[in-house]
Design a protein around this ligand. Sequence first.
Ligand code: EPZ
Length: 417
Amino acid sequence: MAKLIIEGGKPLEGEVKISGSKNASLPIMAATLLADGECFLDNVPKVWDVRSMGFVLRTLGMRVEEQDGRFKIIPPKMLHYEAPYELVRTMRASVLVLGPLLARLRHARVSMPGGCAIGVRPVDLHLKGLARMGAEISIKEGYIEAHAKGGLKGARICFEKKSVGATENIIMAAALAKGKTYVENAAMEPEITDLAGFLNRMGAKIKNTGPGCLEITGVERLKGTFYRVIPDRIETGTFLIAGAAAGGEVTLKDVRPDHVKIITDKLKKMGTSVDIKKNSMTVSGKKRLKGAEIDTDPFPGFPTDLQPQMMSLLCVCRGKSVVRETIFENRFMHIGELQRMGARVEIRGNSAVITGVEYLNGTSVMASDIRCGAALVVAGLEARGETCISRIYHIDRGYEKIEDKFKSLGARIKRTS
Ligand code: EPZ
């Protein structure tokens, strides 16, 4: 099994280009099912989750060609309606084909995605929203069986809690439904705005009518189009935090500073300097930073996908820090690994109280999900000695050539097979 070996304690210097957003690419790829013509996507990251979505689309009959982050996706004469368990279980976001299949075929059979390391990850909000639009949904042998006789109809949908995936499924379903759909308490992550931008380029009529409010007027058809995916804000945040943790001076190219404002503000308050230009950012820091309080929240709040990485940094900051995880019920798997490196963290329910130590010690640790893996890379870069990270296939699901990017910044990091 491949591992990452990191010799820590060396400041990072130089510049690195941030890849396109995984979490924008996945719903946008699913949305190509709605088009009756070819779609061309650019700036798609070469990560495993994107490859998995490509396999799902091919299973549904789409022709998917990829070269260097550029995708050409061609619809078949007739789509298949089933997304099998073997594929869906490897990548939960496959459930995002549910809305488009129902909208196009009035029928879909999609495996329940199942849980993962960070939580149970139910899809009840997806199903309730689609049912409001007239879909008849049942769960049989672990599959979601959905039918929309007469086609989906516009509806008023008010989500009881913000859900990125459920919002995305409803937007895609409503784009081709009969009539208008009004959504309240929609998630408003930049990835959702990017999905809406792609759909509107295809001819959809999606309007943001206020914070968390969307108005979608269904249309007859959606045409193929070209689209460039936004930069990955979670990768951006990961490298900002790594730069602050390792010290030195790191410039990130092809970023959207407005998508990571809360991280930048936090890092500045902790004592890091962050220089912001139109689409690049430079983080530099030498001295030991001050601790902080972090509450994860839906956008524009602090992203749960950067909570583990930030915790790695807080472990070596001065004083006490508190991290509250409000999105997922089990997203502290990285703490056990950080404690093995000498971190002082006490878990109290969905909060973690961190007492900063002067340094962490490298040792063998294990990734349990994408962002836990990224947090261990940050910890390895700031630690003294050698850190060996196993199960790095988790990291490869969401980061494109992570070791090459850090190596280009002078990090002593290598992948062993
Ligand atoms: C998306 O997952 C992201 N994945 C996650 O990133 C991210 O952590 C999450 O949003 C929150 O920002 C992709 O975009 C592919 P949710 P998603 O529906 O859509 C509960 C990464 O590392 N919920 O917003 O699955 C759910 O259990 C991944 O890139 C329901 O209860 O997240 C969670 O507690 C990890 N019922 C909360 O809502 C539902 O029907 C937020 O989940 C759906 C969700």
